[in-house]
Ligand binder design. Structure first.
Ligand code: ZN
Length: 57
């Protein structure tokens, strides 16, 4: 599978991800066409450390 390659719908050039970290969308370096998602999983943006404590009841 070549699932990393997305071709531009306008000019057929290989599109590049808007971000190497988050799957927020793709943009075409040739013609500027692109799309982006509006949703980023909050857990990907949250750099806090959480500690979960289980308490028996
Ligand atoms: Zn294009």
């Amino acid at each position: 599978m070549s699932d990393d390659i997305v071709l531009c719908e306008k000019c057929g050039a290989e599109m590049k991800p808007l971000s190497d970290i988050y799957p927020v969308g793709m943009t075409c370096p040739n013609c500027g066409w692109g799309w982006a998602t509006t949703y980023i999983d909050p857990i990907n943006l949250d750099e806090s450390d959480y500690h979960i404590i289980l308490v028996s009841s």
